[in-house]
Design a protein around this ligand. Structure first.
Ligand SMILES: [Zn+2]
Length: 162
């Protein structure tokens, strides 16, 4: 994705109040983000661990989404991440809840989805693939996985917006 600044991300939230945006914290390693190799970025707020954020490029502009992490982390390790659908990663998968954008969110409506707690999805879909008889070209498989991640993430953004 195109590199985005902290200031731009703060302006890009569609489902957070001004005070929530003002209070958010960026990860300490934000400046080292490998923009070329990510389709989206997400992180848990290290000062408010019940909040996480997901930033997704939509038509080359970032859309930022506030996510509430579950208070109780249950044994959801085997749950399938709805964004990357990766079966290999050992990272936990949480049920995140995003308040809906606009009036609907103010009325308490939200969208839940399963996402890797570490937002490792971009890395997961780029993981090395062994060629098989059915898929002899690993590069094609990875390209298809990246496309799938991008599509499913956009669908999630649409659900938060709708
Ligand atoms: Zn994932």
């Amino acid at each position: 994705m195109q590199p985005v600044t902290e200031a731009l991300i703060r302006k890009s939230f569609i489902n957070a109040s001004r005070s929530q945006v003002a209070a958010m914290n960026f990860p300490p390693d934000f400046a080292e983000t490998d923009w070329e190799n990510v389709d989206q970025i997400g992180w848990q707020d290290h000062k408010m661990p019940q909040r996480s954020y997901l930033v997704v490029p939509v038509d080359n502009k970032p859309v930022a989404i506030l996510l509430r992490a579950p208070e109780l982390v249950s044994a959801s390790r085997k749950a399938l991440c709805a964004l990357c659908e990766d079966l290999v990663s050992e990272d936990d998968v949480y049920l995140f809840v995003a308040p809906k954008a606009g009036a609907s969110g103010k009325n308490g409506n939200s969208v839940g989805t399963l996402i890797h707690s570490t937002f490792s999805c971009s890395r997961n879909v780029r993981a090395e693939v062994k060629p098989t008889v059915i898929h002899p070209d690993p590069e094609l498989v990875v390209a298809e996985r990246i496309r799938g991640l991008q599509e499913r993430t956009l669908q999630f953004v649409q659900k938060v917006r709708s």
